[in-house]
Design a binder for this molecule. Structure first.
Ligand code: GDP
Ligand code: MN
Length: 394
């Protein structure tokens, strides 16, 4: 996963908290609420499907309407639709803001410079890919030193190079600074406003917001995510994946029935491949690295919480990392949690003799010398229990 995409209204909430003006609006989930919201906003409103995807305008999921009745009709239509593969569960009803000019402003992680980059264009409103393709000269950028932040004059320089002058330039430079602060504060990998508009009276307003939060920072951004209107963003993952992130564990739920505990991402992938090779299906990907041995109990609990899990494969391989320390963690976890499902071990590398002894003596389980044997056993055990389950169900 590259990041967690917030819904537009959630992104706008963060922008507003950082002093960027956004239209007044309400999130609605039924036509009556849309009617009410549109009435209180003056009748002429923009209705926008809240799905974690761009190009909603082109998909017909954004519409300017002239009356509360039209708003209710369009909201009814949207709520029965999918947009970009996402069912529309909420619609943002906003005051329509008449604007003089549409602009583009974004702050994003730039892998090529390993720094945040601010992008600005006076050609807002359309796809930024189109702008960079058809008129690359109109897309201006500035790279920011992540430690020092935006330097004096960098924001002004950026809007100045795009040809903006006067009071609008001051207002836009301030918006650049505020957007950058938002990006830093919420550990975003992307904060994009397209369009950012200038009104006739020279005010800057964000009409759209796309915010992507770096998934690695989710544990410390929990409070940000929780105060977002509308609760957690939709694509955070399954309940177990959310719990994994809260524990600081990289857990991905899969649809198989063999639970996997292995050290390191590489060995975990190998285990998943081996399970597939022997005709089985893994129930999870879970990366437990060095520091995670101390987290063996929550990690095991997470793996076992998946209701599809019918057997468990534990695969440890140590070079610098010591398998006896890993084994101590997982054996203790198994003693605490007392799972009843079949468990297959295979352990190789530094500290393996002690590790194998621990498993044998404390759990009464004999680890396999050959990884394939452990994998095959785990796959067969999962199949046997699921067959037994089917027979019992009959
Ligand atoms: P996207 O297509 O998913 O990026 O959705 P946007 O939020 O950018 O909306 C698409 C287009 O609708 C924008 O480019 C604007 O031109 C227009 N639009 C969005 N909000 C407003 C608004 O409040 N007032 C007006 N007049 N137009 C809007
Ligand atoms: Mn947009």
């Amino acid at each position: 996963m590259i990041g967690v995409d917030l819904l537009e209204h959630q992104g706008k909430h963060l922008l507003e908290g950082h002093g960027i003006r956004v239209p007044r609006g309400r999130v609605v989930t039924d036509p009556d609420a849309a009617l009410e919201a549109a009435t209180s906003l003056g009748g002429r409103v923009v209705c926008k499907a809240q799905v974690p995807a761009g190009k909603r305008g082109k998909a017909g999921a954004v519409r300017l309407v002239d009356s509360p009745g039209e708003a209710a009709t369009f909201v009814t239509e949207l709520l029965g639709r999918e947009v970009a593969g996402h069912p529309v569960e909420a619609v943002l009803v906003e005051e329509a803001i008449p604007f003089a000019q549409e602009l583009y402003l974004a702050v994003l992680d730039d892998p090529s410079t390993q720094s945040p980059t601010v992008l600005f264009s006076t050609r807002g409103g359309m796809d930024i890919e189109e702008v960079s393709g058809s008129s690359p000269d109109s897309l201006h950028r500035v790279s920011v030193d992540i430690r020092a932040g935006l330097a004096d004059g960098q924001a002004h320089g950026l809007v100045g190079r795009a040809g903006v002058t006067g009071r609008a330039a001051d207002e836009l430079a301030r918006a650049v600074e505020r957007l950058y602060e938002t990006y830093v504060d919420v550990d975003a990998s992307l904060v994009e406003v397209n369009p950012l508009v200038l009104t006739e009276s020279g005010e800057v307003v964000a009409l759209d917001a796309k915010v992507t939060i770096d998934p690695g920072s989710l544990p410390r951004q929990k409070s940000v995510l929780e105060v977002l209107p509308g609760g957690r963003p939709a694509p955070l993952g399954t309940d177990l994946e959310v719990r994994g992130r809260e524990l600081g564990l990289q857990y991905i739920e899969l649809d198989g029935d063999v639970g996997v505990l292995a050290n390191g991402a590489g060995l975990t992938m190998t285990s998943l491949d081996a399970i597939a090779h022997f005709g089985g299906r893994a129930a999870n990907f879970l990366e437990i690295g060095g520091e995670a041995y101390t987290q063996a109990t929550p990690a095991l609990e997470l793996v076992l919480s998946n209701p599809r899990v019918r057997s468990l494969l534990v695969n440890f391989c140590g070079a610098f990392a010591r398998t006896d320390i890993m084994a101590e963690g997982v054996v203790t976890a198994i003693e605490e949690l007392r799972p009843t499902l079949p468990i297959s071990f295979t352990i190789h590398g530094t500290g393996e003799e002690e590790a194998i002894r621990l498993v044998r003596e404390r759990l009464g389980i004999e680890p396999h010398d050959v990884m394939d044997d452990a994998v095959r056993e785990a796959v067969e055990a999962a199949q046997a229990t699921s067959h037994r389950g089917e027979e019992l169900a009959r």
